[in-house]
Ligand binder design. Structure first.
Ligand code: FES
Ligand code: FES
Length: 152
């Protein structure tokens, strides 16, 4: 089947079987390898993308459900955003497998609540696992954006 989507602001048409995972289409057909695969079972958030503004795990989404979806991957977030600068300044990225999903989830959180508390940040990122246990620095990076303390 052919599916038409908006990805990072560009209209894209993809031909694949309806049960192809969005994650594989992004990384394979479209070469957007910033979206990572961790568990492949909807548990870790490494594959998170924004779909119509909401966080979704692309490893669980069949292409057949993506017609006309508006999708943002990590490549679609501004590289010079306060969030990116804050992750950098706080050393919030370690191995980096979870980082794209964390930034996607943080973007959705900050879009919805520009000034979340630490508890709201913990809750907002609770679907994203970091095996390096770098949560403290990740939360701090998001908190600095929320409080206006981030650079950039
Ligand atoms: S790879 Fe999709 S949730 Fe873990
Ligand atoms: S930085 Fe290693 S899993 Fe998150």
């Amino acid at each position: 089947m052919t599916v038409t989507m908006q990805i990072n602001g560009r209209k894209v048409q993809v031909q694949a079987t309806p049960d192809s995972r969005l994650l594989d289409v992004l990384r394979g057909e479209l070469g957007l390898k910033g979206t990572k695969e961790g568990c492949g079972e909807g548990e870790c958030g490494a594959c998170a993308v924004l779909i119509n503004g909401q966080v979704a795990n692309s490893c669980l989404l069949p292409l057949g459900q993506m017609e006309n979806a508006d999708i943002v991957t990590i490549e679609g977030l501004p590289a010079d955003s306060p969030l990116a600068a804050s992750f950098h300044a706080c050393f919030a990225a370690q191995c980096g497998i979870c980082t794209p999903g964390m930034m996607i989830a943080a973007t959705a959180l900050l879009n919805e609540h520009p000034q979340p508390t630490l508890e709201e940040i913990r809750w907002g990122l609770s679907g994203n696992l970091c095996r390096c246990t770098g949560y403290g620095r990740i939360y701090e990076a998001v908190l600095q954006v929320a409080t206006g303390a981030a650079h950039g």
